[in-house]
Design a protein around this ligand. Structure first.
Ligand SMILES: Nc1ncnc2c1ncn2[C@@H]1O[C@H](COP(=O)(O)OP(=O)(O)OP(=O)(O)O)[C@@H](O)[C@H]1O
Length: 306
């Protein structure tokens, strides 16, 4: 078993010869066994990245390695729930699960698939086309989990689920991942919801990787500070700063000791993500374990996001 679930090297994807680059020069590593939040603004390239990892799109340049091999070869070991949850509308729920079993001989975990469906009290004889958006999501998740994947790619899986269903399915996902050591890469716009379940972050902005690494490491590499308006932020990397009256508040990456009269705190995941989203020009950061080229002994390596 490889210790790296995903490795991107100078990965780029452009739709059409003259189209815009959806992803460009992406380099990162996602260690196996992590639950990774993939976040970023609309159009940042999150779905494109997940579709590349699922082997549904070819890269335009660079390379993406999935579970130590090519995305196409890894496909039997990868579960993917796309944003639009494509399913066969004319099949019933029970037939859909039987199809999952037929397509994954020797791998299919009927118990987990049935548990996911049963949680929503779905009628097994209901046709997929008659299901609500959230109910369809449940069937798509059952198919993906039943495949007993080593890597689960989820594109905004919780978007159309009610709060109780979110809570219940997130719990099922996390328990299952912990029990089987499954790696999860999950895109979402609800950052606060990811804080409890994810331990790894990939922040994508304008087709580039802005932050990559263990969430606790990334948080502790930053500080929220409050200081006098004329405070000298000197050698520190400033992600964002704002002056109101005589007070300066900022999110920085310290490059040395901080002034004693500053009030400082470690940012939450949401504060960290929001600050980087508000400042698309701020320099990116990949922790050593998440940087594409490993072997560095530094705790963090900085990359210019220029
Ligand atoms: N099939 C396609 N053909 C042409 N352009 C595409 C296609 N799919 C995506 N794009 C473009 O690629 C860029 C990245 O899109 P992508 O769907 O990956 O973003 P995203 O981060 O998932 O956005 P959202 O949060 O809105 O789902 C966008 O500029 C989008 O218009």
């Amino acid at each position: 078993m490889t210790d790296t679930a995903l490795r991107a090297e100078a990965l780029g994807k452009r739709f059409g010869r003259r189209g815009r680059w959806a992803l460009r020069e992406c380099g990162f590593r996602l260690p196996a066994g992590r639950v990774c939040a993939v976040v970023g603004p609309n159009g940042a390239g999150k779905s494109t990245l997940l579709a590349l990892a699922a082997g549904l799109l070819p890269p335009t340049e660079g390379r993406l390695t999935v579970l130590g091999t090519s995305p196409a070869q890894a496909r039997p070991r990868v579960g993917f729930v796309a944003q639009d949850k494509p399913l066969h509308p004319q099949l019933t729920v029970a037939e859909t699960l039987r199809m999952g079993a037929d397509l994954n001989p020797g791998r299919w975990d009927a118990a987990v698939a049935e548990r996911v469906v049963a949680g929503g009290a779905l009628d097994p004889e209901a046709r997929v086309r008659t299901l609500s958006g959230g109910q369809r999501t449940r069937v798509a998740l059952a198919l993906a989990l039943g495949k007993r994947p080593e890597l689960l790619l989820l594109d905004e899986p919780m978007a159309d689920l009610d709060p109780l269903a979110r809570h219940e399915l997130m719990g099922t996902l996390m328990a299952d991942a912990a029990q089987h050591g499954t790696t999860i890469a999950m895109s979402s716009h609800v950052v606060a919801e990811l804080e409890d379940s994810c331990d790894h972050l990939l922040l994508v902005g304008d087709g580039r990787v802005r932050l990559a690494g263990d969430i606790d490491d990334l948080r502790s590499a930053h500080r929220r500070i409050t200081a006098e308006a004329d405070a000298d932020l000197g050698p520190h990397t400033v992600v964002e700063s704002r002056t109101t009256g005589r007070q300066l508040t900022a999110l920085i990456r310290p490059a040395g000791p901080l002034a004693g009269d500053w009030r400082t705190s470690v940012p939450s995941l949401e504060e960290l993500v929001l600050a980087h989203l508000r400042s698309p020009g701020a320099p990116g950061l990949a922790t050593a374990e998440a940087a594409e080229s490993t072997g560095t002994t530094e705790a963090v390596t900085e990359e210019s996001a220029a």
